[in-house]
Design a binder for this molecule. Structure first.
Ligand SMILES: *Cc1c(COP(=O)(O)O)cnc(C)c1O
Length: 360
């Protein structure tokens, strides 16, 4: 058996140690004679797993009791609708910042539910910049401000947390959550699809300040109301039990790695190495302004895009998988989430240097 280096944007690499533990426990979980997947979500064995996962996440991110942590389904895309359904009241306005494909989708979806003010956009720069906060045209009394701290497709990451006074700040952290320490108290709500930096697809995390619960109108379905899930420990209906268990294993693994502060050091080093190599070459380039380059998703193009196919085929053959860029951007993208080891970045850089030598 051999494991390749996987640079997939999502579903993304998982730590090998986590998969090994899951493999060991799959048929007979701790002597119970059955798999987690075959167990009631009301069984104490699963409830303990679920509670430990939540506590470990709270420890990792420093989440206080003022916040509910919800383990939901439907992906970040469902949150694009749930956020306004729950937080945007009759006659209110919500502010959005448009910095890439994911912000755009969130804006489009929110527009179905109420008045949306796009307070700033970097579409003119083809989403290679983050509009400085001084330029944002915030509305007078918005219900919340939504932004995407890390645009997975463009590889654009905010170098700051917006200052919005008393306005609840809502963040789509799908591709940057747990990559570094973040002050959760600055946010009204954080959400993330699990399949980038948490666990397998099928689980969506919501971290929401408790005073923001209970604002949904009477027409909002129970399943799409945060209050329902907060009142029921995310077990109003059957939760994605196996994905929740695997996320719990990832949280344990992160704690063993020294937590998110330590991951941040490694992630920054990985990103700096790769951007440093790209910037030092005339053969590869990345268009994003330096201060807003993502630590997690590194898009790059070849000087001659006729070589893209060869690059990808040879990378694949060398065990460097899933480097194709998003169809809307083209070129390549290396996603280097927590579970992608530094050795993978070293191997990628060595491959890129050799490819340049042969083809430049
Ligand atoms: C992947 C991603 C999404 C979409 O997530 P789904 O779980 O597929 O709905 C939304 N936002 C960001 C920032 C993402 O990276």
């Amino acid at each position: 058996m051999s494991r390749a280096y996987n640079f997939c944007a999502g579903p993304a690499a998982l730590p090998t140690a986590v998969l090994e533990q899951a493999q060991q426990e799959i048929l007979d979980f701790q002597g119970k004679g059955l798999s987690i997947m075959e167990m009631s979500h009301r069984d104490k064995v699963f409830v303990d797993i679920a509670e430990k996962a939540e506590q470990d996440l709270r420890d990792l991110m420093g989440i206080s009791d003022d916040y509910a942590v919800l383990f939901l389904q439907g992906g970040a895309s469902t949150q694009f609708a749930m956020v306004p359904m729950n937080l945007l009241g009759e006659g209110e306005t919500a502010d959005y910042i448009n910095t890439g494909q994911w912000s755009k989708k969130a804006i489009k979806e929110a527009g179905r539910y109420g008045k949306i003010n796009v307070a700033a956009s970097s579409e003119d720069s083809n989403f290679t910049t983050v509009p400085p906060q001084e330029s944002w045209k915030l509305s007078a009394n918005p219900a919340y401000l939504h932004y995407c701290p890390n645009e997975t497709i463009g590889g654009l990451e905010y170098s700051f947390i917006p200052e919005v006074g008393g306005t609840p700040l809502v963040a789509d952290m799908s591709s940057t959550i747990l990559s570094r320490p973040v002050d959760v108290n600055r946010f009204g709500m954080i959400y993330a699809g699990a399949q980038k930096n948490i666990g397998p697809a099928g689980l969506t995390l919501v971290i929401i300040r408790k005073d923001l619960l209970g604002k949904a109108g009477a027409h909002v379905p129970a399943m799409l109301n945060y209050q329902t899930h907060a009142d029921n420990g995310s077990m109003y209906n059957t939760p994605p039990t196996y994905a929740w268990y695997l996320a719990g294993l990832v949280f344990e693994w992160l704690k063993k790695q020294g937590g998110v502060a330590n991951m941040a050091e490694i992630n920054q080093r990985k990103a700096e190495k790769l951007y440093g190599f790209i910037d030092g070459s005339d053969f590869y380039s990345n268009p994003v302004e330096k201060i807003s380059r993502s630590w997690m998703n590194v898009p790059f193009v070849l000087a001659d895009d006729a070589l893209d196919k060869t690059f990808l085929a040879e990378a694949d053959a060398a065990g460097l998988l899933n480097l194709k860029g998003h169809r809307s951007v083209g070129g390549m993208r290396a996603s280097i989430y927590n579970a992608v080891p530094e050795a993978a970045v070293d191997a990628l850089i060595a491959f890129m240097a050799e490819f340049e030598r042969k083809n430049a």
